[in-house]
Design a protein around this ligand. Structure first.
Ligand SMILES: Cc1ncc(COP(=O)(O)O)c(C=O)c1O
Length: 368
């Protein structure tokens, strides 16, 4: 039996929604974008959302909003987009270490890495797990630095009843492996009307529209074309309706995996989730002890289970990014050698989940 790492399962009604939207003849940013953005704002609990072509673009817009060149603190434990957005917007990434269990940036590390040149911090809610927002908010307020949330991997997660992406400038991804998908796609969320108006222009060539003279297109800043087309926004509206159901299924699967893997504490460490946190399990990760991660990973892969590693190598170990870091990031370097990502999707079947456990059991018995 094959068990993919992630499964997308667009329903016939959703494919019809996309084709109906294409049939209207309006093929770029349109009415569906406004509907998607309004519904997304309501869901996350923010005033404004801007849909665009990716989370990478949203991150770059978030950094460009600062209109400052300086250092931005980010975890090394993230996808390359987080660092690329910082560099492409003319700033310098400064890497901070994470906590082992949450896999999220350690607030103490943020404090340590703040300098006179710090202009912002980008936190990453890893794999569905919200960061420690009370501590992080306190630091950002005290030091007067902007908070950007890379919430690509957490759509619907909550810290003390507030959704990720509503604490600072939020950046979300709708890539196929994420909590919901628009194929490719992203969203920036904010409560600041100035940010909203600036990003709206930034993603569409930097053009200021003129209501009185609609043919006048004044270019007021060096913009991009980061737009999300109408038909993909239509898909986003449908997916958003299903998000809570998807996340409930993800939580059920995580609970079932945890129950099984907690029987093997000498080899496996499951992630523990504090009571005030709602995890959205975009990924399900475990730590494998005794230097046995690669052995477990190979065994699963050989048996058609598409387990993987997020992230190897972490950013400060990437050749082109290593020049930005001089320090050892202890926990990041532990995690890169012992973490494993198991298949996770609301569309996994009971049989597939049982198969993952059965094959894992074979390996666990052998490796005791
Ligand atoms: C933490 C993180 N940030 C940013 C991104 C980039 O998202 P996108 O593919 O929508 O640009 C991803 C996606 O893999 C991610 O995991």
């Amino acid at each position: 039996m094959k068990v993919p790492l992630s499964i997308t399962n667009l329903q016939p009604q959703e494919i019809k929604l996309v084709s109906d939207s294409l049939k209207t003849g309006w093929l770029t940013h349109g009415k569906q974008n406004l509907i998607f953005e309004n519904k997304f704002s309501n869901y996350i609990g923010v005033k404004y959302s801007v849909s665009m072509n990716s989370c990478t673009s949203a991150l770059e817009c978030a950094v460009k909003l600062l209109k400052k060149k300086g250092e931005i603190i980010i975890p090394s434990w993230t996808w390359v987009s987080t660092a690329n957005a910082v560099i492409n917007a003319g700033c310098k990434p400064v890497f901070a270490d994470i906590e082992l269990n949450s896999r999220n940036i350690d607030p103490k590390e943020i404090k340590k890495k703040i300098s006179k040149r710090t202009v912002a911090v980008i936190i990453v809610h890893f794999g569905g797990m919200p960061c420690k927002m009370d501590d992080i908010n306190k630091i950002c307020k005290k030091k007067n630095i902007t908070l950007i949330e890379d919430s690509a991997e957490t759509i619907g997660g909550k810290y003390k009843n507030k959704r990720t992406g509503s604490f600072g400038i939020g950046c979300f991804s709708f890539f196929p492996t994420k909590n919901i998908t628009t194929t490719e796609g992203g969203m920036l969320t904010t409560n600041n009307p100035k940010h909203f108006n600036y990003v709206k222009k930034l993603i569409a060539h930097g053009i200021q529209k003129n209501v009185k003279f609609p043919w006048k297109r004044e270019a007021i800043l060096p913009g991009h074309n980061f737009r999300m087309p109408n038909h993909l926004a239509a898909l986003g509206v449908s997916q958003l309706r299903k998000l809570d159901y998807f996340n409930k299924k993800r939580n059920e699967i995580a609970k079932s995996y945890n129950k099984f893997f907690n029987n093997f504490p000498n080899i496996i460490e499951t992630q523990s989730v504090p009571k005030n946190i709602k995890h959205s399990y975009q990924m399900y990760t475990l730590r494998v002890k005794k230097n046995l991660r690669n052995s477990f990973l190979n065994f699963l892969n050989k048996n058609d289970i598409e387990a993987s590693v997020h992230f190897f190598p972490p950013l400060h170990k990437q050749k082109y990014l290593s020049k930005f870091n001089k320090n050892k990031l202890k926990n990041t370097e532990i995690l890169m050698n012992d973490i494993i990502t198991l298949p996770m999707s609301p569309h996994l079947t009971e049989r597939q989940i049982k198969y993952v456990k059965d094959i894992s059991l074979k390996w666990l018995k052998r490796s005791k």
